[in-house]
Ligand binder design. Sequence first.
Ligand SMILES: *Cc1c(COP(=O)(O)O)cnc(C)c1O
Length: 395
Amino acid sequence: MTTKEDWKPRTKLVHGGTRRSQYGELSEAIYLTQGFVYPDAETAESRFLESGPDEFIYARYGNPTVAMFEDRIAGLEGAEAAFATASGMAAVNGALFSQLKAGDHIVSAKALFGSCLYIVETLLPRFGVEVSFVDGADLAQWEAAIRDDTKLVFLETLSNPTLELVDLAAVAQLAHAKGAQVCVDNVFATPVFQRSFELGADQVIYSATKHIDGQGRCLGGVVLGTEAFIRGTLEPYLKHTGGAMSPFNAWVMLKGLETMDLRCRAQAESALRIAAALEGHGNVSRVLYPGLPSHPQFQLASRQMEKGGTVIAFEVADGQAAAFRVLNALQVVLISNNLGDAKSIATHPTTTTHQRLSDDARAHLGITPGMIRLSVGLEDVDDLVVDLLGALDRA
Ligand SMILES: *Cc1c(COP(=O)(O)O)cnc(C)c1O
């Protein structure tokens, strides 16, 4: 007999967290309810005092379908607890604002998802939090920036869109030596390919909008961590500020988890083949994919991630006009800015996701006018290669 903790990841993703009603439904139920009814006044009183894992009060605090999603992802990650949120950004906002206060110092990698950068660079300082930025790939900068009074380090383990890695185990060691917590946005590396808690993270954040849904339907997010952090620090903040996940979205995410491992593996396998094909094309000046030996941190990537992930960045020679010609010539790959989707998606970071950065800031992050970010989907990889190479031929 194996216990739930011993299940392999794919089994956890299918069965973890399931709560069946008296009807014994096979597929998990959507409890589309805001409130809950108590059998008597004494029960209401005691539940407000303290509620058990299957006792609910109000959907902003918790809901059975949301709890199934939280338990399933927590089981996969080996985390003590999780709190699901309305979006990935509600998760980032909750994780940071719930544990920081005026006077605290944090260290953050510079290369962040645009909205994460807004929180860390603009909002936190407005509330008196001191932020030091470092080049995430440079361990010496982390070492110099983390101080005795540093409360937290924040990073994306694979950056968007240049797919630069942070050596999470090394940064966690530096942070823990100074008593700082490590908070990781693990969206690009995915819960399938990177075991962030085992590498030293204290808190892990996902935008469930990406690979967890994986089919472009709902927004969602989740924060994972210790029971003490999730219940004692994060939950009071999120349940009173309103970032809760909707039960319907939780159901979509719960069912998304069942196929996530298969999808991510198929997408990463296609991504590796596409990255290698792009690398051989005369109109491509550079390919960044952590699964390719040409990636500047290939050794670290092989150590830290099981596969190279589902996203590729490549640079079309001749800059923005040529990159636009490639995008406009694509017939299977869609122009959009989501990622982790079943549909392959290409985006031009300079003019969309990173449009608001200065030319200098973009150059510093390695985002060039010819760069295209490609999220590899579930289509037949042969069709994707033909589509991409054909568009490059015509550019
Ligand atoms: C998409 C994304 C987010 C934000 O998630 P939403 O669900 O869109 O709010 C945060 N971090 C990273 C790395 C992302 O890719």
